[in-house]
Design a binder for this molecule. Sequence first.
Ligand code: NAD
Ligand code: UDP
Length: 313
Amino acid sequence: MHRKRILVTGGAGFLGSHLCEKLLNKGNEVLCMDNYFTGSKDNVRHLLDNPYFELIRNDVTHPFFYEVDEIYNLACPASPIHYQYNPIKTVKTSVMGAINSLGLAKRVKAKVLQASTSEVYGDPKEHPQKETYWGHVNPFGPRACYDEGKRCAETLFLNYHQQNNVNIRIIRIFNTYGPRMHENDGRVVSNFIVQALKGEDITVYGEGNQTRSFCYVDDLLDGMMKLMDGPDDLDYPINIGNPKEFTILELAEKVIKMTGSKSKIVNNPLPKDDPMQRQPDISLAKEKLDWEPKISLEEGLEKTIAYFSDYLK
Ligand code: NAD
Ligand code: UDP
């Protein structure tokens, strides 16, 4: 049997660790590279005994040289608290990480996938967001290090493809949640669940009428791997996310109900440049990948709540 050798940058993070697991389960050899900024060895500890799994400490901004067939470039802090902690480093991670991943792909003729984001649409004026929408991003605000870094990475992917014939994939990921999110990650689903389980106030920013669409990790990774495995003309960005849209207040109420918590909802100030609404148009993913999410918010929350209940014991 031919085992593909696959590099996952950011492999010890939330999405990366689940991806490593799924790729190993499909019979591949996996190289997991991380600098452990927001990820942790604990996320992949259960894979360490697998002879086809290799853990490498490296910063994606430092060049790396491995013989691989595919590269999933996921290295980058994803939560606003973490990516705003050292904004210059966030830009370097996105831009130099993309250059290093693309440079390796070019040299060894590997296929390379970029984990892009719905943040490339900024605070969108078009709703739902289609891949053809150019976005509405503030290049001079607190989210710019992440949004513009990811936009520049997409540009690099396009340019390496056109100039050097590198085989590329770009997935625009919309809010995804599930087990192994960082407890103090600051993202809304993990924040609300942890607060509810600890009986602390649920911190809704603003009035909570901003919207997001939440995709469960298994659905998201199913789409990501279908994109990687799909035909080579999939050389343009594709939205992957769950189009079912909820207000943040609805999410808070759902989490309180499902955890049976006595927590109260409090309203904190809305962070600057917080997008008011976000919902993916996934027609392209349906058409090109025959992909759509299958897991409802209730089902996904149940699994995530079970994970955090156990984790916080
Ligand atoms: P995460 O923070 O859990 O994982 C990111 C991983 O990258 C961590 O393990 C971290 O230690 C590692 N990392 C960060 N900087 C690095 C560097 N310089 N060198 C090497 N490793 C580094 O976040 P996640 O939710 O798993 O996100 C994974 C990818 O998906 C990111 O690129 C993120 O931008 C993208 N994404 C995620 C979402 C989401 O909702 N989860 C949405 C859009 C895009
Ligand atoms: N949010 C909130 N309370 C929290 C954390 C986040 O109300 O404790 C809001 C946040 O203002 C945003 C939404 O939830 O409108 C999603 O935030 P997250 O950081 O998860 O992702 P992003 O803003 O990048 O979509």
